[in-house]
Design a protein around this ligand. Sequence first.
Ligand code: S3P
Length: 159
Amino acid sequence: MRNNLILVGFMGTGKTTVGAALSEELGMIHRDLDEGIVERAGCTIPQLFEQKGEAFFRDMEAAVLADLLKQHGLVLTTGGGAVLRAENVQRMLEGGLVVALSATEEELVRRLERDQNRPLLAGGVAQRVKALLEQRKDSYTFAPVQIDTTGKEVAEIVA
Ligand code: S3P
């Protein structure tokens, strides 16, 4: 088994922020799956969804994840939908320790309303978060470590 730390969780659970702080704390390299996709695609995630569609994005997400997980010693942060494909989940479980971050619906809406960079939330953050949380409620339970970030500071989550 590879010794990566892999952060999963719904949008707005703080994966990227916590991952950056965690990698610094542990002296590990931080890589972000969405950033890898943006680099490979040469455009932003909203542009990718708009121009090529979600299925194309998901294929690229799976390919970049597979490439990143060939490495060791990473803190790897992922997009909220990276767990939707069974092959990705299998790769993550083989690639290191998977840690799922969560937060209450109210907290997620509060955090996500500040950010307009998520195509899946277009058309109303509160309604979209509610619907997607319902669809994905079991998607993150496979992770052996579960951390509720609601009301917590980054340092506390990292600890
Ligand atoms: C997505 C989450 C996003 C990004 C894309 C799709 C999802 O990442 O990968 O917009 O399906 O939940 P974050 O979880 O970092 O927002």
